[in-house]
Design a protein around this ligand. Structure first.
Ligand SMILES: *Cc1c(COP(=O)(O)O)cnc(C)c1O
Length: 388
């Protein structure tokens, strides 16, 4: 399907709302029925239509149709956060006694889901190095029901071979799920590689303006229906119509935003690569990345996220560099207009910081939509201050 058709027309029945160009916000919690018979059939199968906005709502439906099409999926569910789009499907798919194989270093709250929440329900998770398929295969037991991937992750950017892993899983009737937030549907299409469920934090590129928290999961209708009917409805993490509308508005500019973000990030990376104060750049398309060939096979481009390591990265040096940035803002999240920075050491107590720990010394940069020269100037003055 043509991307312009998906973003402009698909799901939008303008004749139903006064031929308005922009979609309407149907700000209602409930929908009326004319007969008990109609009411009964709606109650019996809420997946079929509008009954109550904790389930479906016309504004959210326009968004679902577009998000499913962007992923090449049959259906989509939209959630009140990205982590709900991870947690709720996982809860829906597993029973007591089941096991999960998860790649190392996924998103922090995903780790907590597998380490803290699922054990309460008797579900065990094994974390494995996902850079090859052998460790994944070795971790599979007869109880394994889910293989959970994040390719690339959003701090150190390891990737997994989606096609090979999907094949292994299919042969054993194991469901595969990926967090595709880093790439968005524009840069990676996991369903085409055989992955069953694709989750994304819509807070990031899809919303793209640092003003919305939301999530999405896409996949086959039967899986989406299963997630919807029980856990989605019971946990109640649906999105408000107003938020869905903001996402619809944002989707129109997703291609142009991502294109410019990618171009900006590449310019900033080029600058940093030649800077003597920089030890290393972590980025899927970096020429020194051991996984470069696989990353290039699966991904069209990388967007704005990468990490750097300073030369001789003491805590004082990392802090001085970050504290001295004037325009690049220190904040969690990414995907909006504003360029952001997170030093991993902010998540480690001063006493525990170890400059020999490769994860402690990472500084993650998100390059947004400012002009790259403006960002480079900011990085330059902060690097100068720590180079003396
Ligand atoms: C932000 C993020 C999430 C969580 O999304 P929220 O919208 O913050 O709940 C999940 N996975 C990745 C990779 C993320 O970056």
């Amino acid at each position: 399907m043509d991307i312009s058709y998906i973003l402009n027309e698909l799901g939008e029945e303008r004749e139903n709302y006064f031929n308005a160009i922009a979609p309407p916000i149907i700000q209602t919690s409930n929908f009326k029925f004319n007969t008990v018979d109609d009411f009964r059939s709606a109650l019996a199968d809420e997946y079929q239509g509008n009954l109550y906005s904790r389930g479906f709502n016309p504004t959210i439906d326009i968004l679902r149709i577009k998000l499913a099409a962007l992923d090449g999926a049959q259906d989509a569910l939209v959630f009140g956060s990205g982590i709900a789009a991870v947690t709720i499907p996982v809860l829906a798919l597993l029973q007591q006694g089941d096991e999960v194989v998860c790649v190392e270093n996924p998103y922090s709250w995903t780790i907590k889901l597998f380490n803290n929440l699922l054990p309460k329900f008797g579900v065990k998770t094994t974390f494995v190095d996902g850079s090859g398929t052998k460790s994944i295969e070795a971790a599979i037991t007869p109880q394994t029901k889910l293989i959970y991937l994040e390719s690339p992750n959003t701090f150190s950017f390891e990737v997994q071979d989606l096609e090979a892993i999907a094949k292994i899983a299919k042969a054993k009737n194991i469901i595969t799920m990926i967090d595709n937030s880093y790439c968005s549907p524009l840069y990676q299409q996991p369903i085409a590689y055989g992955i069953d469920l694709v989750a994304q934090s819509a807070t990031k590129y899809l919303a793209g303006h640092s003003d919305v928290v939301a999530g999405v999961v896409t996949g086959k209708k039967e899986l989406i229906k299963k997630i919807f009917e029980k856990e989605y409805m019971n946990i109640g993490a649906s999105v408000a119509p107003q938020t869905a509308w903001l996402l619809l508005r944002s989707l129109r500019t997703l291609p142009i935003r991502l294109e410019k973000i990618t171009e900006n990030a590449n310019k900033v990376i080029q600058y940093l690569e030649q800077h003597p104060a920089i030890e290393r750049i972590l980025h899927p398309f970096n020429r020194n990345n051991k996984q470069l060939a696989l990353a290039k096979k699966q991904m069209k481009a990388c967007g704005g996220l990468f990490s750097i390591v300073l030369k001789n990265p003491s805590l004082e040096k990392i802090e001085a560099f970050c504290n001295n940035l004037k325009h690049i803002l220190m904040a969690v999240s990414w995907g909006g207009y504003e360029s952001l920075i997170i030093p991993a050491c902010a998540g480690v107590s001063k006493a525990d910081f170890d400059s020999n720990n490769p994860r402690h010394v990472l500084i993650r940069i998100y390059v947004g939509l400012e002009e790259p020269e403006y960002l480079i100037k900011d990085l330059e003055q902060a690097l100068k201050l720590i180079s003396n």
